[in-house]
Ligand binder design. Structure first.
Ligand code: FAD
Ligand code: DLZ
Ligand code: SF4
Length: 542
């Protein structure tokens, strides 16, 4: 049962704004530094952080901030309507905060008459308008955009300074140094280094509680009860309403529903969302991290990834808030360690992998999978209750939690042999938090095993049993999770064996799958034939 939506538009958090004031002071100090060339500072839609490296380097009196809404970014993949609205509204709010604090901001709207539709075109027009002496940017989150930036010095005949994005704890160089000469890039070891570096949950040189990782405590299913908190929801102000109209009019044929729109689009509201999570959900985050319920899209997850990824929240402050909840006895260690691990461990690690492996990474296809993405990924119209729920909530909220992405939509695509590039583009489109640096390694590496095992020692493949254990989906499904073959059998069951059988030449030597292949080999030849025929019949329907 769902509780009424929580409205959280009130009470500012004065303490936390003190941090913003500090950043403001740093940028004011820059005004008394020796004269640097007058700069054009391009701030991207996922760089909405007042302490951004390029803003810290800038001089409020002389430099101009450029922010541009451009068609290329909204359509290079056809992003979910809510994702576009979230980013454009957050950009507009950020620009007005910058102006209010004294910056000169040149803001180009998507519907501006001469908008060229690209970063390069808009920087070119701004250079003609503003005549700066150099261009300054913070490194972008995507290879494609970095390549673009690197052409600008030549195209425009001006110096271009690309600064490290120090919102991340590990720089690209740090990760390269860590990865160099290692045979295996295990997240767990990287994570321990990040714990030592940040001192989160450390007791001197040792982890608080004596263990680095409490994941084995974090695999409980959840019961659908009254006490599951709703996500923090915010009402749309005038700026957001304008953006919603624009998106409805211009991107009506993109996936997703626009209303209800409840994302935070300002730092102030993102801080409220952070506090809401810390107060209502973190304590149970660990226990039910892998659970799935049909009517509870958010469960005890934070839904903070869109805010962290665009810069409304800083990953360190999010971890500090969680650590405080532990020290004040409000949340247990398994929850807090698990949460912090996702941020300073997984989030930093996948970014490192992205920059280490691009540009070839996006083309990897270990299983040579070539099936088209099934149509129901766009509509949610399928009789498989698990996929219907995960895709349905994705269409509605531009959100699904990790296990839904990994073990429902991702697992199904891998078992069915969908081309990983199509899977990657779908994830990049549909989630409000999706930017290539984080989406690609998670999708192509972790969920599709398309890199042959860089991120995981075996594919995250599962049959109906796993889904049944961790969710309530199967209870409402027209398929029978206990049956392996036949028209009423849960399709995941036969697909699981079909996947292992058809990829045996690639997975047969994987020691973690030895037991699984032994089970397959123990089945009678007729039994195996039935499974393969059943999976083939199902695949023909896709
Ligand atoms: P919570 O469960 O509350 O976790 C807390 C925070 O930890 C998140 O906000 C996020 O910042 C971080 N985090 C957790 N897991 C990961 C992870 N594997 N990688 C990076 N950060 C993590 N995350 C994205 O931010 N953008 C993506 O485009 C994205 N694509 C994904 C695609 C697939 C196929 C899979 C399996 C995972 C993907 N993830 C992605 C990781 C993860 O699913 C989301 O970060 C998480 O679901 C966001 O919801 P939340 O804020 O409620 O997270
Ligand atoms: C995702 C996105 C969208 C939809 N629109 C814009 C935009 O109009 N202007 C902008 O600066 N950024 C946008 N973004 C985010 C960029 O795509 C993102 O900065 C790059 O992919 C690098 O991570
Ligand atoms: Fe999904 Fe199979 Fe369960 Fe249906 S029975 S919800 S298809 S796992």
């Amino acid at each position: 049962m769902r509780r009424a939506a929580t409205r959280c538009d009130a009470h500012p958090f004065a303490m936390r704004f003190a941090y913003d004031v500090l950043l403001q002071k740093i940028s004011e100090l820059n005004q008394v530094m020796p004269r640097t060339p007058r700069s054009l500072i391009l701030v991207l839609g996922d760089q909405l952080w007042h302490g951004l490296a390029s803003l810290r380097s800038a001089d409020k009196k002389r430099d101009v901030i450029l922010m541009v809404e451009v068609a290329d970014e909204t359509t290079y993949v056809r992003h979910h309507k809510k994702k576009i609205a979230f980013i454009l509204s957050a950009m507009r709010h950020f620009a007005s905060e910058l102006s209010a604090s004294g910056w000169k901001v040149d803001y180009v709207r998507l519907d501006a008459a001469d908008n060229t539709g690209s970063f390069t075109g808009e920087v070119g027009r701004a250079l003609a308008r503003l005549k700066p002496e150099r261009i300054v940017v913070t490194e972008p989150g995507e290879w494609r955009v970095l390549q673009m930036f690197e052409t600008w010095a030549e195209t425009f005949g001006l110096p271009v300074t690309i600064l490290d994005d120090d919102r991340f704890i590990a720089s690209r160089e740090d990760f390269h140094a860590w990865a160099k000469d290692r045979r295996q890039l295990r997240m767990e070891f990287f994570y321990r280094d990040m714990r030592r570096k940040t001192h989160f949950l450390m007791d001197g040189d040792a982890p608080v509680g004596g263990k680095w990782n409490y994941d084995h405590d974090n695999r409980k299913p959840a019961a659908n009860d009254l006490f599951i908190p709703d996500v923090a929801r915010f009402s749309a102000d005038e700026i957001t309403r304008d953006v919603l109209d624009l998106v409805a009019q211009r991107f009506g044929n993109h996936i997703g529903t626009l209303e209800p729109f409840w994302f935070a689009v300002t730092r102030r509201d993102a801080l409220i969302a952070l506090d809401h999570f810390m107060t209502h959900a973190l304590a149970k985050f660990g226990d039910h991290q892998d659970a799935m319920l049909t009517d509870q899209p958010f469960l005890y997850h934070s839904v903070l990834s869109p805010y962290i990824n665009v810069g409304l929240l800083d990953p360190r402050e999010v971890c500090r808030a969680a650590e405080l909840a532990f020290h004040e006895g409000r949340s247990p260690l398994n929850a807090v360690e698990g949460f912090i691990r996702q941020i300073i461990g997984w989030r930093e690690y996948v970014r490192g992998i992205y920059w280490l492996k691009m540009p070839d990474y996006v083309d990897e296809n270990f299983f040579e999978a070539d099936r088209a993405l099934p149509d129901f990924y766009w509509t949610g119209q399928t009789e498989m209750a698990c996929l219907k729920a995960a895709i349905g909530q994705t269409i509605e909220h531009a959100y699904a939690h990790h296990i839904q992405r990994l073990m429902i939509t991702g697992n199904f695509a891998m078992l069915a042999g969908v081309n990983p590039r199509e899977v990657h583009e779908w994830y990049l489109m549909v989630y409000a938090d999706a930017f290539e640096w984080v989406e690609l390694p998670n999708t192509l590496g972790m969920s599709q095993f398309a890199d042959g095992g860089l991120l995981g020692s075996k594919p995250y493949a599962g049959g109906g049993n796993y889904i049944n254990k961790m969710s309530d989906y199967c209870r409402g499904c027209r398929f029978d999770v206990k049956q392996r073959t036949g028209p009423d059998a849960c399709p995941f069951n036969a697909l699981y064996w079909h996947f292992l059988h058809r990829n045996r030449s690639k997975l047969g030597n994987n020691h973690r799958l030895g037991q699984v292949y032994a089970t397959w080999d123990k089945m009678s030849a007729d039994g195996r034939d039935d499974v393969i025929a059943s999976a083939d019949a199902f695949l023909d329907t896709l």
